[in-house]
Ligand binder design. Structure first.
Ligand SMILES: *[C@@H]1O[C@H](CO)[C@@H](O)[C@H](O)[C@H]1NC(C)=O
Ligand SMILES: *[C@@H]1O[C@H](CO)[C@@H](O)[C@H](O)[C@H]1NC(C)=O
Ligand SMILES: *[C@@H]1O[C@H](CO)[C@@H](O)[C@H](O)[C@H]1NC(C)=O
Ligand SMILES: *[C@@H]1O[C@H](CO)[C@@H](O)[C@H](O)[C@H]1NC(C)=O
Ligand SMILES: *[C@@H]1O[C@H](CO)[C@@H](O)[C@H](O)[C@H]1NC(C)=O
Ligand SMILES: *[C@@H]1O[C@H](CO)[C@@H](O)[C@H](O)[C@H]1NC(C)=O
Length: 585
C-alpha cells in the first residue's frame, strides 16, 4: 500500500521533492534477488570517495577503465533489462516528509515499479540501502530534486558510512544550474547543495547538472559557454571528483565547451543521459567518444541506441572524427601517455599548384605545414604551402588530401607571414563548416607583444582576436621572436606571454626553441605549464641552435618537468639521441 500511495504522489512530481536512487554496475545475467556479490576487498577502492571505474575494475566487473563498460540500472530503464529487480526503486520524499523524516524517521515512501517482492522491503532509505545495496556490488547514485531532501539523506549516509556499511562509490546528483531551453529557475540551490555535501558527506563524487528542456523543433539549441563556465566557477576549486550529467542529445553541438570543461581538471568526467523520447544519434555518441579518453565518459542511455553505439564503438578500424580544437589525446597520445611519442613531420609535397600530392611517411603524427600567402595577381590572396622547387600547393587542397589520408594525423600550421593568418583561419572555418576538418589543428605564430615587441611579427592581441573571430576551434601555439632570445627565456618574456594568453579559451602550446631554452634559468617549462591545466609546451629545434650535445641539457630538463605535456619537434637524429638518452635515464 505504501507503494501505491507514493505512486500517486509521484504523479504530482511538481510538488514533491524527490530522491531518485540509482545503481551503477554491470548487467550480470545471473544476478537475481538474493544472490550475493563477493564483498569489496581492496580497501583503497571500497570507499565512497573511490573512482567508480577503479572500484568496478577491482571487483573484476569491468576489464578496463572505460565508462562504456559500465551499465546503469534505474527506474527509467526498459522493463526487459530489469532482471536485477531491486534497482528499479525510486524513493520519494515529499516536501512535508523531509523534515518529518528527520525527526520521526517515518516520512519516507517507497515507489516501486511492479515487482511484488519489493514491497515488504525497506521503507526507509536506510533499510533500503541495506537491503538493496548490502548484498550487491553496485555503486550508488542519489539524485536530489529538492534541497530539503539533501541534509537528512547525507546525515543518514554519514551514519551508515561510519558504521562501515557503504563500501562503494557514492555519487550525489542535483541539477544546480539553469540549462538549455529552461525558462524558469527550478534548479536546486547550488550554494546550499555544495555546502551541504562539503559539510556532511565530502567523500562523495559530485554529479552537478543543468536543468534542461529538449525542443525537437530547435535541435541546435544547447548548452552555452556561459552555462559551462558558471559550473566551472562553482566546482573548480572543490576537492571532489565530479561527473557532470549532460543530456546526450545536446552534447555534440556543445562539444567545444565540454572539451574545454574536461580539460580543466582530471577530476572531471561526463555522464551522458537520455530523456525518454530524445532522438540521440549514434554518430554523435561516436564523435564524443573519439574526442576524449574512455574513462572520461559514462553512458546512461536507453536501448536500442546503446547497443548500436557499443557495437560501432568497439570497431577498431572505424573511421574516426576529431574536434579540430581538441587535444592530441586520444588521437596521438594515450591518456597520461608520453608526449615524446608524438612525432612531427614535414610532408613531402610534389608537383605544381594544380596537381600536387602530399606524401607522408608512417601512420600517425602531426603534420607541419609552413603557410604563406600567394597573391594570384587579382582576387583574394590564397594561403599556400610551399613545396619543393618553389611551387606552392593551396592550403585547401593540402588539407583536403590529408583528410582522406589513411592513418591518424593532426596538422600544425606554421603561419610564416602575418598576412596569411586571417586567410588561413578563414580556410579552416570553411572546411570545418563542410565537416572536412576532422582532425586536431594547431595554429602557430611567432608573436610580438610587451617585452618581445618586434616589428614583422603578428601582434599577440591581433592573433588572439583573429582566432576568436574567424575560427576559434584550434589549439593556439605561441612563440617568441628569436631576436629577443639571446639570453634565453627571461623572466619578463614569460610574464608577458602568460599575461597575453591568460583567459584564452583555446588550448595553448608554448613554443620554445631548444637553444635559448638551454641558456635559460630553470623553471621556464614549469611556469608555462602552470598557466592552465591544458597548456602544453613544444620544444622545437632550429638549425642555428647547435648540435645535440649543445641542446641536450635543455631537452632533458624540459622532460624532467612533465612527460605528458612537453612535446618535441626535432630533426630525426636529435630525436633518436633524445630517445636513447631518455632510455638510459
Ligand atoms: C541560495 O542559497 C543562498 C544561501 O542560503 C542564498 O544566499 C542565495 O540567494 C540562494 N540562491 C538562489 C538563487 O536562490
Ligand atoms: C568496422 O568498420 C569498418 C569501416 O567502417 C567496416 O568496414 C567493418 O566491417 C567494421 N567491422 C565490424 C566488425 O563491424
Ligand atoms: C602540373 O603537374 C601535372 C602532373 O604532374 C601536369 O599534368 C600539369 O601540366 C602541370 N601543370 C602546370 C601548370 O605546370
Ligand atoms: C617557412 O617559410 C618561409 C618562406 O615562405 C621561410 O622563410 C621560413 O624559414 C619557413 N619556416 C620554417 C620553420 O620552415
Ligand atoms: C559557416 O556556416 C555558418 C552557418 O551555417 C555561416 O554563417 C558561416 O558564414 C559559414 N562560414 C564559412 C567560413 O563558410
Ligand atoms: C657540439 O657543439 C659544441 C659547441 O658548439 C662543440 O664544442 C662540440 O664539439 C660539438 N660536438 C659534436 C659531436 O660535434
Amino acid at each position: 500500500m505504501a507503494c501505491k500511495k507514493c505512486s500517486n504522489k509521484w504523479s504530482l512530481a511538481g510538488v514533491a521533492s524527490v530522491i531518485l536512487v540509482c545503481a551503477i554496475g554491470l548487467v550480470l545475467g545471473y544476478m537475481m534477488l538474493g544472490v550475493s556479490q563477493p564483498g569489496c576487498k581492496e580497501d583503497a577502492v571500497c570507499r565512497p570517495d573511490a573512482d567508480m571505474l577503479d572500484y568496478l575494475l577491482s571487483l573484476g566487473q569491468i576489464s578496463q577503465r572505460d565508462g562504456l563498460l559500465v551499465t546503469w540500472y534505474h527506474a527509467a530503464n526498459s522493463q526487459k533489462d530489469m532482471r536485477a529487480a531491486l534497482e528499479m526503486c525510486v524513493l520519494i520524499l515529499t516536501e512535508e516528509a523531509g523534515p518529518r523524516w528527520q525527526s520521526q524517521g517515518d516520512g519516507l515512501g517507497l515507489q516501486c515499479t511492479p515487482h511484488p517482492f519489493l514491497v515488504h522491503f525497506a521503507n526507509t532509505l536506510e533499510q533500503w540501502l541495506d537491503a538493496v545495496w548490502g548484498p550487491s556490488s553496485l555503486g550508488i547514485k542519489l539524485d536530489f530534486k529538492s534541497i530539503k531532501a539533501v541534509g537528512p539523506s547525507l546525515d543518514l549516509l554519514r551514519r551508515l558510512t561510519d558504521a562501515g556499511k557503504v563500501r562503494r562509490p557514492v555519487w550525489i546528483n542535483a541539477d544546480i544550474l539553469k540549462g538549455p531551453n529552461v525558462p524558469i529557475s527550478i534548479q536546486v540551490n547550488a550554494t546550499q547543495f555544495l555546502a551541504l555535501v562539503q559539510e556532511k558527506y565530502p567523500e562523495a563524487t559530485l554529479s552537478p547538472g543543468w536543468t534542461t528542456l529538449y525542443l525537437p523543433l530547435f535541435p541546435k539549441s544547447t548548452y552555452t559557454r556561459a552555462m559551462i563556465e558558471k559550473m566551472q566557477e562553482l566546482v573548480g576549486a572543490l576537492p571532489q571528483r565530479v561527473t557532470f550529467p549532460v543530456r546526450a542529445v545536446m552534447v555534440r553541438a556543445a562539444w567545444p565547451h565540454f572539451s574545454w570543461l574536461l580539460g580543466q581538471s582530471d577530476r572531471y568526467s561526463l555522464t551522458l543521459w537520455q530523456g525518454v523520447s530524445d532522438p540521440v544519434s549514434v554518430d554523435d555518441l561516436l564523435y564524443i567518444r573519439d574526442n576524449c579518453a574512455n574513462h572520461q565518459i559514462y553512458y546512461d542511455l536507453f536501448e536500442p541506441v546503446l547497443s548500436q553505439f557499443k557495437q560501432l564503438a568497439m570497431n577498431a578500424t572505424r573511421k574516426r572524427s576529431y574536434y579540430s580544437g581538441g587535444s592530441l589525446i586520444p588521437l596521438l597520445q594515450l591518456p597520461g601517455g608520453d608526449a615524446l611519442s608524438v612525432e612531427w613531420q614535414v610532408p613531402d609535397i610534389r608537383g605544381n599548384a594544380t596537381a600536387a600530392t602530399v606524401q607522408l611517411s608512417g601512420k600517425e603524427g602531426m603534420i607541419l605545414l609552413n603557410v604563406s600567402l600567394q597573391e594570384p595577381g587579382a582576387g583574394d590572396a590564397v594561403p599556400v604551402v610551399y613545396a619543393s622547387g618553389d611551387s606552392a600547393l593551396a592550403l585547401e587542397s593540402c588539407l583536403l588530401q590529408l583528410a582522406t589520408h589513411p592513418g591518424r594525423w593532426g596538422v600544425h600550421l606554421l603561419i610564416a607571414e602575418p598576412s596569411a593568418l586571417r586567410p588561413a583561419l578563414a580556410m579552416l572555418a570553411h572546411l570545418s563548416n563542410l565537416s572536412l576538418l576532422s582532425l586536431p589543428v594547431w595554429v602557430e605564430a611567432t608573436v610580438s607583444h610587451g617585452s618581445f615587441a618586434v616589428p614583422g611579427y603578428v601582434p599577440g592581441k591581433e592573433l588572439l582576436t583573429a582566432v576568436a573571430e574567424v575560427f576559434p576551434h584550434v589549439t593556439v601555439a605561441l612563440g617568441w621572436p628569436e631576436e629577443v632570445l639571446d639570453s634565453g627565456y627571461e623572466e619578463q618574456l614569460l610574464t608577458d606571454m602568460l599575461e597575453l594568453s591568460k583567459g584564452l579559451w583555446q588550448p595553448v602550446s608554448f613554443q620554445l626553441q631548444s637553444g635559448p631554452l638551454g641558456r635559460s634559468k630553470a623553471g621556464v617549462v614549469a611556469r608555462l605549464l602552470a598557466a592552465s591545466p591544458r597548456a602544453t609546451v613544444t620544444v622545437q629545434h632550429s638549425p642555428w641552435a647547435g648540435n645535440y650535445t649543445s641542446v641536450r641539457e635543455g631537452l632533458l630538463a624540459a622532460r624532467a618537468v612533465d612527460k605528458t605535456r612537453v612535446y618535441y619537434v626535432l630533426p630525426q637524429s636529435y630525436l633518436e639521441d633524445l630517445l636513447a638518452d631518455v632510455g638510459r635515464n
